[in-house]
Design a protein around this ligand. Structure first.
Ligand SMILES: Cc1cc2nc3c(=O)[nH]c(=O)nc-3n(C[C@H](O)[C@H](O)[C@H](O)COP(=O)(O)OP(=O)(O)OC[C@H]3O[C@@H](n4cnc5c(N)ncnc54)[C@H](O)[C@@H]3O)c2cc1C
Length: 254
């Protein structure tokens, strides 16, 4: 395997594409030149640190990679934060061919190093995301579905409304393309009648209390296509505070 050079060094990369995701978010894509391909290898879940001069000041911020492994380019997704310096600049001003300083991928919230190996399969990954927290999970979902033959993924994704949901179309396409492998359980906190229960459910999930609210009956009531878990599937939690044992208790109670 080729060795990475200095991983904490910035490199100038050109923005090759800017795609609007919602009214207040964009996906930025960088082409990685041949000589930097090894430095910019990543494990799904990792992030890039970007640096740029904004109004005469050097501003650096981290953004998770949302593209899958194995693509020629790397993408990140940025959502505006109220009065936030970098995010507003990125969403409103950045365009094709602009250059940014970018540090190679880092971060420990990522798939296990051996995620591609046969001995880790079949596995069912369970992820929980709210708003722009979807970005690292997006890379995991696409990588697992396209690079393994058997991995399943269940995503609980909370947003204010369907319109504010980042990657809405991509997720819809993945649901259609990977039937019985990808399950999306969306929550819309502004529009759903049972929003109190939804807030409670998400709060429980985020705190690592995956218990009664996420029973299989509750899942069935939320989605027309409840996940089919096979006993042979290993359940893997992608939320640090939720251990694999809690998932087993919740999902296998039938
Ligand atoms: C590992 C990691 C991965 C991330 N991945 C993503 C991602 O994929 N997508 C994404 O959108 N974001 C991501 N983030 C968040 C991102 O790094 C930025 O924090 C976010 O975009 C806000 O940056 P900003 O410059 O726009 O806001 P900032 O300018 O940093 O401001 C943030 C907030 O603080 C307020 N504020 C700033 N200065 C002051 C002050 N002096 N007094 C009072 N209030 C103040 C601002 O009004 C604003 O509401 C990630 C963060 C980390 C650590």
């Amino acid at each position: 395997m080729l060795k990475k050079s200095h991983t904490n060094q910035y490199h100038r990369l050109a923005v090759s594409d800017v795609n609007g995701l919602t009214d207040d978010s964009v996906m930025l894509t960088f082409d990685i030149p041949e000589h930097l391909k090894t430095d910019f290898q990543f494990v799904p879940g990792q992030y890039l640190t970007l640096r740029h001069q904004i109004q005469g000041r050097s501003v650096s911020r981290c953004y998770s990679i949302c593209s899958p492994v194995g693509e020629e380019s790397l993408s990140i997704a940025i959502r505006k934060v109220h009065k936030g310096q970098f995010s507003n600049y990125a969403v409103d001003e950045l365009s094709h061919r602009d250059q940014l300083e970018v540090m190679p991928p880092m971060g420990h919230f990522k798939l296990d190093e051996g995620w591609l190996e046969e001995r880790h399969q079949p596995a069912c990954y369970v992820g929980v995301a709210g708003g722009s927290g979807i970005t690292p999970i997006m890379s995991m979902i696409k990588s697992l579905l396209t690079k393994t033959a058997s991995a399943q993924f269940v995503l609980f994704y909370s947003n204010r409304s369907e319109q504010s949901m980042m990657f809405r179309e991509t997720l819809g396409r993945l649901v259609d393309q990977f039937r019985h492998r990808f399950y999306l359980v969306p929550f819309f906190t502004e529009t759903q009648d049972d929003s109190e229960l939804i807030h409670h459910t998400i709060a429980c999930a985020l705190k690592g209390k995956f218990d009664t609210e996420l029973s299989s009956e509750y899942l069935s009531s939320l989605t027309s296509r409840p996940p089919r878990f096979k006993n042979r599937h290993r359940l893997v939690s992608l939320w640090p505070s939720v251990d694999d044992g809690s998932l087993e208790n919740c999902f296998r109670r039938e």
